[in-house]
Design a protein around this ligand. Structure first.
Ligand code: 3HC
Length: 682
């Protein structure tokens, strides 16, 4: 079966694209489509042409793996020009996710018939791009400037119902899509049935575009593509179609070659590669997870429970007393009520989800659960006690998971007689929102338990990354190094606001001190109290401890590194404490440059990342990028710390790490052996 084929059904030509898995517009698809369109266009029997796709979706876009390689003709824009010249009505019969170039092919058709489950969109901004096959010029002509800007700068698809409302879809099909599309094509009036979007015009006041730039300034901070989209859509209102297309094409080429798009494309493939684990594939059996139990109704436990309730999986939440259980239900209800008030869910969905929630105070009631996730206090003895109890009540084959952020899961599993069923499922707070799931395997976790964890992550719409066991796993081990450098820089003389601003400008969602205030400074202080001083740098966290002693625990106490009144202002005590601590530890204070702050924070991550790799804790560099981008908001346009290190050059990174080994000491700055090896090969 050719990738693109045509079938003449009386007066209608049906062109079918069959390029699994997602009908990406590869060279073979483009040339096949070009060839078949030319043939049916010149066939006198054909009155109208329907383009349809086989498999799970209409074309999901240009073939991203071709980007950055030498262009091969026909290009997608050339194909669009050919389509625009066709004199017979063109109907797109759409299903699945018609995205990017796929949606642009449909926009180049004269009509769009959609299966009711179809989603359409232009997600190019997520890859650091603008649409490059006419999307910025055709969509505003079809649906107006504001709706087009929302769709293209946001990158989120819309559903078929919305597509009808906006005038993108001409007909919905609830039954046989192809038959309906053929029927639609036959029903077109013989005259005026060719309706090219490129022939439409669109107008808007030029000030709309400045207002729109301000509207997206916060969410698109640091990204180039969304602002380029605004420029391109503005051109659609000012210039003839062809000039708009030329502008779009130039900007698309510039962006494809930009470090931002390379970084964002790297993350696209990295997120998918994270699910590929040597020795575990589609043939690995998975365990059915139809019921879940969560132990602990704190913020974390409640957030974890919500993930499963949201996808219709019943949850039993265990607490120590009925009062604590009631409080947990109230926390979950409150989160749901806030979602309803923001229009993110309906009252009916709220009731359905809550009806799936059971509260309990008895371990015996967890005996039917397929998966039990522990989210209790971060203490080894407490966790082992929980797992010993679970071992007694859980049914054979139940997966026993811990949400620990730091502790040794081999040790936790030793409290059971079935360590092969034990795994770490490390959620990030708030657990019902953050997209990352760190899946931690012990030396004993069985392959089917790992495969099941990856399958459940997909079900609850999280991106899973596999980690081995070490203190803090991938995410918190690296984050601790970042926190250490921030603390040391502060003692050396850098200001709280200075450090926060530098890393905010680097692209992090917020600075470390702001984050500590949000999370609660006392949490880290309590966690470190259980560690040996050999395991961390006590100098780096001395200010934290002193602040907590004085009642400054962060936002929850109204003050931490900052004071939270009407405004957020610097806590003046912090500098005095930092001076005292610097003196105590014999650290000479000096002016610290912004460049040093950024370099030390980033290189601490890079060096630790390579150590994590050489120890086999992470399977691949790109997994670490996914963890840091999704877990801590490392700017996607920089691709994650490891990709960024490659962008900076590994030799360059190593040189600077060696510089800090000389100035800061080798305790934390000994270069990773793997980094040394890879830098030599660069
Ligand atoms: N190009 C190349 N490969 C693609 C692709 C694309 N556009 N879209 C998906 N794939 C690959 C994935 O890498 C994956 O490969 P793998 O199995 O080897 O890992 C496979 O197809 C299946 O993808 P998913 O695992 O993501 O499958 P899902 O069912 O979860 O999701 C999807 C399907 C919603 C289509 C999702 O893949 C997606 O969002 N794809 C990207 C869509 C996109 O960004 N399109 C715009 C591309 S840029 C463009 O079109 C430019 C144009 O304006 C010129």
């Amino acid at each position: 079966m050719p990738i693109v084929s045509a079938d003449i059904r009386d007066d209608i030509a049906v062109i079918t694209i069959d390029n699994p898995p997602v009908n990406a517009l590869s060279l073979a698809v483009r040339s096949g489509l070009s060839r078949e369109l030319a043939l049916v266009n010149s066939d006198d029997r054909v009155e109208a042409i329907v383009i349809v796709c086989a498999g799970r979706t209409f074309c999901a876009g240009a073939d991203i793996s071709e980007f950055g390689k030498p262009p091969m003709d026909p290009s997608l824009p050339d194909l669009m020009t050919e389509m625009d010249a066709i004199e017979k009505p063109l109907v797109a019969a759409m299903h699945g996710t018609a995205l990017g170039g796929g949606f642009e092919v449909a926009l180049c058709c004269h009509y769009r018939v959609m299966d009711t489950g179809t989603k359409v969109g232009l997600p190019e901004v997520n890859l650091g791009l603008i649409p490059g096959a006419g999307g910025t010029q055709r969509l505003p002509r079809l649906i107006g400037v504001n709706a087009a800007l929302d769709m293209i700068t946001g990158g989120k698809p819309i559903d078929a119902r919305k597509a009808v409302e906006l005038g993108v879809a001409d007909m919905l099909s609830a039954d046989d899509l192809l038959e309906d599309a053929i029927m639609f094509a036959r029903s077109l009036p013989p005259q005026d049935s060719v309706r090219r979007v490129s022939d439409l015009t669109v107008h808007a006041d030029s000030e709309i575009f400045d207002i729109y730039k301000q509207k997206i300034a916060k969410r698109a901070r640091g990204f180039l593509a969304p602002f380029t989209v605004i420029e391109a859509v503005k051109i659609a209102t000012e210039m003839p179609f062809e000039e708009g297309i030329d502008f779009e094409r130039e900007k698309f080429k510039e962006l494809v070659a930009s470090p931002q798009s390379k970084a964002q494309r790297h993350l696209f493939f990295a997120e998918r590669a994270a699910a590929k684990i040597p020795g575990i594939d589609r043939s690995t059996p998975t365990r059915a997870i139809n019921s879940v139990a969560v132990i602990g109704g704190g913020i974390m436990g409640c957030g974890i429970a919500i993930n499963f309730l949201n996808v219709g999986v019943p949850v039993t939440l265990l607490e120590v007393s009925s009062e604590a259980a009631d409080a947990a239900r109230e926390k979950i209800s409150k989160i749901y009520r806030s979602s309803v008030s923001k229009g993110r869910m309906t009252e009916e969905e709220l009731l359905t989800n809550l009806a799936n929630l059971s509260l309990s105070t008895e371990y015996e009631e967890l005996s039917g659960a397929d998966l039990i996730i522990e989210a209790v206090f971060e203490d080894m003895d407490v966790k082992k006690d929980v797992f010993a109890k679970l071992n007694a009540v859980a049914k054979p084959g139940a997966i026993l998971a811990t949400n620990t952020s730091f502790l040794d899961i081999n040790d936790i599993a030793s409290a059971t007689s079935r360590p092969e069923d034990v795994i770490g499922l490390h959620f990030f707070s708030p657990a019902h929102i953050m997209p990352l799931l760190e899946v931690v395997r012990t030396g004993d976790t069985s392959d089917d338990v790992i495969a099941s964890a990856f399958a459940l992550a997909k079900n609850i719409r999280k991106t899973p990354v596999l980690s081995g066991v070490c203190y803090g796993f991938i995410a918190n081990r690296m984050s601790s190094c970042y926190g250490r450098e921030v603390g040391l820089l502060q003692l050396e003389g850098a200001g709280v606001e200075q450090i926060d601003q530098v890393m905010y400008d680097f692209g992090m969602p917020m600075g470390m001190f702001t984050m500590l205030d949000m999370a609660g400074i006392d949490i880290g202080v309590m966690a470190r109290a259980k560690l040996s001083k050999d395991d961390y740098d006590e100098r780096a966290f001395a200010v934290h401890g002193a602040l907590v002693e004085r009642g400054h625990k962060g936002q929850k106490s109204g003050s931490g590194f900052y004071i939270y009144d009407d405004d957020k202002t610097l806590n003046s005590e912090v500098e005095t404490i930092a001076e005292e601590m610097a003196e105590k530890f014999g650290i000479e204070r000096r002016t610290v440059s912004d460049q040093e702050i950024e370099e030390r924070c980033v290189l601490a991550l890079v060096n630790e990342g390579y150590k994590i790799l050489e120890e086999g804790i992470a399977l691949k560099e790109s997994d670490i990028d996914v963890v840091f981008a999704l877990g801590f908001g490392f700017p996607r346009y920089k691709g994650g710390p490891m990709h960024y290190a490659r962008h900076l050059g590994l030799k360059n990174c190593l040189k600077n790490i060696e510089k800090y080994a000389n100035t800061q000491g080798e305790r934390w700055w000994t270069p990773s052996a793997l980094l040394v090896k890879l830098a030599a090969e660069e």
